[in-house]
Design a protein around this ligand. Structure first.
Ligand SMILES: *Cc1c(COP(=O)(O)O)cnc(C)c1O
Length: 319
């Protein structure tokens, strides 16, 4: 089995990312503080390069490939932020990238991925298996398949966002983090356990699919059907074999947020902070506002991404 990443690996990732990733700002809102009854610190990863924290893990993972593997290229399967993160990171490092995407992926996402210089291979999501396609491509080219969350370098890279937040605000009492497959949460708990051992870190997943909470309760990785939610970055069916044991060991709890709560949190971000955050990106904020994550003292929240089609954004906020 692959060795689990540690906080040392998060530090190593921060070294690779220095001067490449943005050190994203920490936003404050008096209105939000008053509403929640605590001081809230929002780590704005929606302002990260390509619009989400996923750039951190992808760039760090690709930085660790040796020259021979770099030449053979990288392959990813995703229609979301991981695809764009791999495409941009590969371009920065001069590595050829191939992204396997479904035929019905939003045109804007395909265009963004191609815009970063990656070649896109399309597949039929109802008839074909994207993992098998990626493996086949890897077999032909010798390329490296980079998964979106269950990889030690991805976890270490994602942990650098919380590490930056805790450097800036060292005495957080609570930290609320969006949860899909658990790369971001696993990296975050590694950073928090080292930098702020008293801080209670909570993962937040969509109410439509609480496989993370179920997994924690049952002490094993529970699999569910793809949840129907507007939080498209957290429509995962199960945690990873690396992310789960790390989360299980360090997390204070796993809460949920409903789609209505996500829209309300997106509206608050737009109205008070003039900031676009995608539905998945406000999972942590929504749970802090609803009380699903208990707020006290100084509360950190990771706003994980801002990539949402503007028509869809307008529809969600206007509805
Ligand atoms: C991928 C993603 C998540 C979930 O991250 P995991 O590492 O899969 O838990 C949360 N928010 C955004 C914006 C994402 O792109």
């Amino acid at each position: 089995m692959t060795r689990l990443p540690t906080y040392e690996n998060v530090i190593e990732a921060a070294g690779h990312l220095a001067g490449v990733a943005h050190r994203t700002p920490v936003l404050r809102s008096r209105r939000l503080d008053a509403e929640v009854g605590a001081e809230v610190f929002l780590k704005a990863e929606n302002l990260q390069r390509m619009g989400a924290f996923k750039f951190r893990g992808a760039f760090h993972a690709l930085s660790r490939l040796d020259p021979e593997r770099r030449r053979a290229g990288v392959i990813a399967f995703s229609s979301g932020n991981h695809a764009q993160a791999v495409a941009l990171s590969a371009r920065e490092l001069g590595i050829p990238a191939t992204i396997v995407m479904p035929h019905d992926a939003p045109a804007s996402k395909v265009a963004a991925t191609q815009g970063y210089g990656a070649s896109v291979v399309r597949y039929d999501r109802y008839a074909e298996d994207r993992v098998a396609i990626a493996r086949h491509l890897a077999g032909e080219t010798g390329g490296t398949v980079l998964p979106p969350y269950d990889h030690p370098d991805i976890i270490a890279g994602q942990g650098t966002a919380a590490a930056e937040l805790l450097e800036e605000v060292p005495d957080l009492d609570v930290l609320a983090v969006p949860l899909g497959g658990g790369g971001l949460l696993a990296g975050t708990v590694l950073a928090a356990a080292a930098l702020a051992p008293g801080c209670a870190v909570h993962g937040v997943e969509p109410a439509a699919g609480d496989d993370g909470a179920q997994s924690l309760r049952e002490g094993r990785i529970v699999r569910i059907d793809t949840p129907r939610t507007i939080a498209d970055g957290a429509q995962t069916q199960f945690l990873g074999t690396l992310t789960f044991p790390i989360i299980q060991r360090h997390v204070a709890g796993i809460a949920t947020a409903t789609d209505d709560q996500l829209v309300d949190a997106m509206r608050l971000m737009a109205a008070t902070l003039k900031t676009v955050v995608e539905p998945t990106g406000v999972l942590g904020l929504a749970a802090v506002r609803s009380g699903a994550v208990p707020a006290r003292g100084r509360v950190g929240v990771i706003l994980s991404g801002g990539n949402v089609d503007l028509d869809r954004y307008a529809g969600l906020l206007g509805g």
